[in-house]
Design a protein around this ligand. Structure first.
Ligand code: GTP
Ligand code: MG
Length: 137
């Protein structure tokens, strides 16, 4: 068993998809071991997405991720990182497979409904960024 980290992004929250997305996640066998409803500050978003700071879309990404509340969570499952990336689908929903969360709920490559960690190391870093030890069950 291992862990991944996710955020339901502001577009999906605005569009009323929190419940449907959590249903897909739990139906796929992920156990929620930490969860909160919160809003990122500009500094939070810049730090969280620091790896993309040289990209032309960095400013847009920070603006998007801070414009409203998100749901952040740590999920547990065997092969969590890889299986969760498969469940959410490609970054661009136009290229995402049928039945994936991004295919069903994302708007476009920028406003793509959900985040999933891309490695075990990043899952640990991202989970610790959002949750203290006492918030993980
Ligand atoms: P995350 O799970 O959110 O990390 O997405 P990803 O791993 O599928 O994609 P990546 O890490 O490459 O990009 C991070 C996020 O930046 C994406 O999920 C989008 O929200 C945003 N993004 C990626 N490409 C573009 C782009 O071309 N334009 C804009 N505006 N945003 C982008
Ligand atoms: Mg990424």
């Amino acid at each position: 068993t291992n862990r991944t980290f996710t955020m339901i992004k502001p577009d999906a929250v605005e569009n009323g998809h929190i419940g449907a997305i959590l249903e897909k996640i739990t139906a796929a066998g992920f156990k929620i071991i930490a969860m909160k409803y919160t809003q990122l500050s500009v500094r939070d978003a810049q730090e969280f997405y620091a790896i993309h700071k040289e990209r032309p879309f960095f400013g847009e990404l920070v603006e998007f991720m801070t414009r409203g509340p998100i749901v952040s969570a740590i999920l547990e499952k065997e092969n969590a990182v890889e299986d969760f990336r498969a469940l959410i689908g490609a970054t661009n929903p136009a290229e995402a497979a049928e039945g994936t969360i991004r295919k069903m709920f994302a708007t476009d490559i920028a406003e793509n409904a959900i985040h999933g960690s891309d490695s075990d190391a990043n899952a640990a870093i991202e989970g610790a960024f959002h949750f203290s030890g006492r918030e993980i069950y």
